[in-house]
Design a protein around this ligand. Sequence first.
Ligand SMILES: Cc1cc2nc3c(=O)[nH]c(=O)nc-3n(C[C@H](O)[C@H](O)[C@H](O)COP(=O)(O)O)c2cc1C
Length: 191
Amino acid sequence: MTKIAIIYHSGYGHTAVVAAQVAQGVTDAGGEAVLLKIDSAAQDFSAILDEATQADAIIFGAPTYMGDISAPLKAFFEASSKVWFTLGWKDKVAGGFTNSLSFAGDKAHSLNSILTLAMQHGMIWVGTGLPPGAHSNSDAAPDVVNRLGYYVGVATQSDNASPEITPPAGDREFARLYGIRITEITKKMKG
Ligand SMILES: Cc1cc2nc3c(=O)[nH]c(=O)nc-3n(C[C@H](O)[C@H](O)[C@H](O)COP(=O)(O)O)c2cc1C
């Protein structure tokens, strides 16, 4: 079975919802989703690095904090230099997602940090493959898929409220469709 690792941090549970939706998409496309949560920048990352190395694709996610990925994912990225030395993730499919409070909030910078890490490892990046969902204020409803108009990876927005209700339905579906897309592309690449 095509195994997709989803490695993410979430301080307050909103990015965890997005990660779960990406995992749902992987499952819906017939893949095996392995959700791997990073708890702190100071943890031992060995088990997560090993799981990732066994996967066919790796999708990385974090909230945007101060205009970039949160520190625990960055610490994991630095720990992945151990794998970089052995080219252990070379030619694996990669993708990324981020969630934040503002509609923009500098989320593009976070996605570019994830993309750069994937390129340093020689991975094969997959973007969202979806057009922007909104071209005017009136179409930017919470149930619109890709309402923020992102191509590089999935960007979602959550209000200052419980992760049970935010990010909204369109963002959740955007994440699920990305899980499907990455699984389908990974399957094709495995032949
Ligand atoms: C330290 C910190 C920095 C933040 N910086 C940003 C930011 O740069 N842009 C933004 O839109 N939201 C920012 N936020 C809001 C978070 O992105 C938002 O609360 C998000 O839902 C958190 O995701 P999580 O629940 O997965 O931790 C910040 C929050 C914190 C705690």
